[in-house]
Design a protein around this ligand. Structure first.
Ligand SMILES: [Zn+2]
Length: 332
């Protein structure tokens, strides 16, 4: 698994400048196991905001892990000389889980080694009808989008994500996260909750303010930014689950994003990819892969800067209602 080798090398290179631990060890059915690494950088104080970077939740979507690893690598390399980065890291905590599902990645499956789709596995039930199978199913682990057995605890990979989010993000007044996926449609999308209902989230005004500062400072960006529910609804979304948990502390703000890189475009440009299972979810041609890895670094870096400066752009009590109304008009 080249992604895991690359990640472990970066952890070695960054020794002394970052903290790394293994959140859990995932067993493969045929024997052997793979670690789920968690890497943290920046100020550990609970007084500063935090950003979580997640990838590799779906084993087939290797490019998502690649994008997170590329950003971590760039930070680790810059720490050797970039004094502005050192300054930035005094006022933010960064948390990385680039390969959440190493078992699925090793086996070449979307699901984890138990056949469970980690993005359908949380206890959240959709409130409105979901698309057949795609929205999550409990018929069989042999079919895609399997949610896992009813009433059972979440899979260990998801438990590890929840534990990291609770410890590192939900303990702060402000946090952001981005979970990098690929495979949906031809455009790059940034999704925010909910996936289980078309109802808007409580922090719609904050999400809209984040959207505004991104668009204003990246005028040529190509992302479609929208609630996931505009595309499809699903059971068991992990970020809906964690967002709802975060809402139990109303004085705090947690804004989880999902990056969906539109890989159908890569297939369109290179139709031979259709015959390769990996090709549908990942750019196969090297120069295209490099461009994809490069393109999204800007977004990942934006999020750490947005977290640092959150007090400067979060809506005030006076502007919040206006921002909320604008968001309803734009998205619902
Ligand atoms: Zn995915």
């Amino acid at each position: 698994m080249p992604e895991l080798v690359a990640l472990e090398r970066i952890i070695e290179l960054g020794a002394g400048r970052l903290d790394a631990r293994v959140a859990c060890q995932v067993e493969l059915p045929g024997g052997g196991s793979y670690p789920v690494h968690v890497i943290t950088l920046g100020n550990p104080s609970r007084e500063v905001p935090a950003v979580g970077y997640f990838g590799g939740v779906h084993g087939l979507e290797r490019i998502g892990a690649g994008v997170v690893i590329a950003y971590l690598q760039s930070l680790v390399m810059r720490l050797q000389w970039d004094s502005t980065l050192h300054k930035q890291l005094e006022s933010v905590r960064l948390v990385f889980m680039p390969i959440v599902n190493p078992g699925g990645m090793a086996m070449g499956t979307r699901a984890n080694p138990q056949g469970v789709d980690l993005m359908r596995n949380s206890p959240v039930e959709a409130r409105e009808p979901v698309p057949f199978l795609v929205g999550g199913q409990r018929f069989s682990a042999g079919l895609p989008w399997y949610r896992g057995p009813k009433g059972k605890a979440m899979e260990i990979e998801n438990q590890a994500v929840c534990e990291v989010v609770r410890a590192e993000l939900l303990t702060r007044d402000f946090s952001l996260s981005v979970d990098c996926h690929s495979g949906f449609g031809t455009s790059d999308r940034i999704w925010f909750p909910y996936a289980h209902t078309r109802a808007p989230i409580a922090h719609l005004a904050e999400m809209h303010a984040l959207h505004n500062i991104f668009v204003q400072s990246h005028s040529h960006h190509r992302y479609i930014i929208e609630p996931q529910s505009l595309q499809y609804l699903a059971h068991g979304d992990l970020w809906d689950h964690l967002y709802r948990e975060a809402c139990a502390q109303p004085q705090r703000v947690f804004l989880p994003l999902t990056l969906e890189m539109g890989s159908w475009l890569w297939v369109k440009k290179n139709p031979r990819q259709l015959f390769s299972r990996h090709g549908i979810f990942n750019p196969l041609i090297e120069h295209r892969q490099q461009r994809v890895l490069r393109q999204h670094q800007l977004l990942l870096d934006f999020l750490s800067r947005a977290a640092c400066g959150h007090q400067l752009w979060l809506p005030s009590p006076e502007t919040r209602a206006q921002q909320h109304a604008q968001a309803l008009q734009d998205w619902y």
